[in-house]
Design a protein around this ligand. Structure first.
Ligand code: SF4
Length: 476
């Protein structure tokens, strides 16, 4: 095993003042056709940042002439793009690596790659080195541009290797993309996170906040428009702090959003927002432009000031609710969704009831809810917990009941209305039914045809259910 660099969480926590450098992607012209006659498969876990990374890795792999397969038995290259946010996601990956061991015995030439956030954790590497020695390449989130060099090395030298950089200060531009959709695209606007919420591993796995220069983002979006893309989702761990790392410091997320809205792309979404940085000028931009979608995902995590402080979220329940009210005031049609953690160490019944109260007052139309999962290396993992597993499970159940009422109420307000829907494809359950999303990000099922896929159509909503809306196509 060639161990070039192992992750180091202490180093990953450090934030240098060095300005972000932009470098151009090395096209790897000297390495060609590694995958001629070979097949590949990628498994992606976790958030949109990982999905976007997978699109880059896929493009790099396809440039080497590998072709896609959905059967692990057929694959000559299997890449697992991992997520470190929750223990369950990590266990899934280790389970999969265990299963692939027997496949590797049958096909020793098969190359097994572990990428993504788990690679950035010291504990993962130790486990791979002791129990999963059949893994060929481990690369971190900062090493993606180098992937083809690693692959070439492993295929020609017949060695295994690990290279995980823990601190990243640069951005690589002009990376290739093999996009999953021909009408919806992820657009990274920044990388990393400097917030250090005490329960979260992301600032250690994805490095310091680095914003892409606006010229690159605008050019990427203009190219997408030319190719017929209808919708972009701007990605960042905290999009609201976009531009704060620029030395000149005079261009922020609201400026970027305003410039992107003026490109004329049909729909712009963004995720994720940190409430503490959500400015009034940003609310004004969302309210002003019709092509900035009125769906705001605004993770609150808890409604208790005591818990929020322990989480290092840097806002109070009152400040959060005040922000939500300012959003509703200027964007009355807005749908706000959120993320909530229950069972955070020391969360009392009173703290939990504060969260329930906030959920009611904020009128959320959806939420990702979780039981707290300790992440090794984070401060919260050291906190002593007073919440039993059963209590946490009960709280999650009570919270979900309330959240589900919000889903239904949010959907009900569209019954009888005509809404714009971007049709994405056939519904999974019914043959002649197609599905897509409204501007408020509501799932709609409607009878139409293949012709409508990728187009924004007008749909009359006939019935609201908890998770979706039924409608009829409005023919012009
Ligand atoms: S803002 Fe907090 S929760 Fe979100 S990625 Fe950064 S540290 Fe994690």
């Amino acid at each position: 095993m060639d161990i070039r660099k192992k992750p180091d969480l202490t180093l990953a926590r450090k934030r240098s003042k060095t300005p972000t450098m932009t470098i151009e992607y090395d096209q790897n012209n000297e390495i060609q056709n590694l995958g001629l006659g070979k097949k590949y498969l990628i498994q992606t876990h976790g958030c949109q940042a990982n999905e976007a990374d997978t699109e880059i890795l896929r493009a790099m792999i396809e440039e080497q002439k590998f072709t896609l397969t959905d059967k692990v038995e057929e694959a000559d290259l299997i890449l697992i793009n991992t997520c470190a946010v929750r223990e369950t996601a990590e266990n899934k990956v280790f389970g999969e690596l265990g299963r692939l061991k027997s496949l590797k015995k049958v096909n020793p030439d098969m190359i097994l790659v572990v990428a993504g956030c788990m690679s950035q954790e010291e504990a993962t590497i130790e486990r791979i080195l002791t129990k999963y020695k059949h893994v060929d390449i481990v690369l971190g989130t900062h090493n993606i541009p180098e992937f083809i060099h690693y692959l070439h090395y492993v295929m020609t030298e017949r060695k295994q290797m690990i290279e995980v950089i823990s601190q990243e200060g640069s951005i690589t531009e002009h990376l290739p993309h093999a996009r999953d959709s021909r009408f919806k695209a992820w657009v990274n606007i920044m990388y990393g996170c400097d917030e250090f919420c005490t329960y979260c591993i992301v600032p250690y796995t994805r490095g310091k906040e680095r914003s892409r220069r606006k010229e690159y983002i605008l050019n990427e979006v203009k190219a997408l428009i030319e190719k017929g893309y209808q919708e972009i989702t701007l990605l960042g761990q905290n999009v609201n702090s976009y531009g704060l790392d620029f030395e000149e410091g005079n261009y922020d997320f609201s400026d970027l959003l305003s410039d992107l809205a003026q490109t004329g792309i049909s729909r712009i979404r963004f995720t994720t927002s940190h409430p503490k940085d959500f400015s009034d000028s940003l609310i004004d931009v969302i309210a002003k432009y019709e092509n900035v979608m009125p769906h705001i995902h605004l993770p609150v995590q808890s409604g208790s000031d005591t818990v929020l402080k322990k989480m290092n979220r840097k806002y109070t329940k009152e400040q959060y609710l005040d922000l939500v009210h300012r959003i509703y005031e200027k964007i009355p049609n807005a749908s706000i969704t959120t993320d909530i953690i229950v069972g955070f160490p020391t969360e009392t019944e009173h703290d939990f009831l504060e969260t329930m109260d906030l959920v009611t007052k904020a009128r959320f139309e959806g939420a990702y809810t979780f039981v707290y999962s300790p992440r090794k290396g984070t401060p919260a993992a050291m906190y002593e917990t007073t919440v039993s597993k059963q209590e946490a499970k009960d709280r999650l159940h009570r919270l979900n009941e309330l959240v589900n009422e919000g889903y239904l109420k949010g959907n009900m307000r569209f019954e009888g209305q005509n809404v714009k829907v971007l049709i994405e494809g056939k519904s999974k359950t019914k043959e002649d039914v197609y599905s897509g999303y409204t501007e408020n990000n509501k799932l709609v099922n409607v009878k139409c045809s293949d012709q409508e896929i990728g187009n924004i159509v007008l749909v009359h909503i006939t019935k609201a259910k908890t998770w979706s809306l039924d409608g009829e196509l409005v023919r012009s």
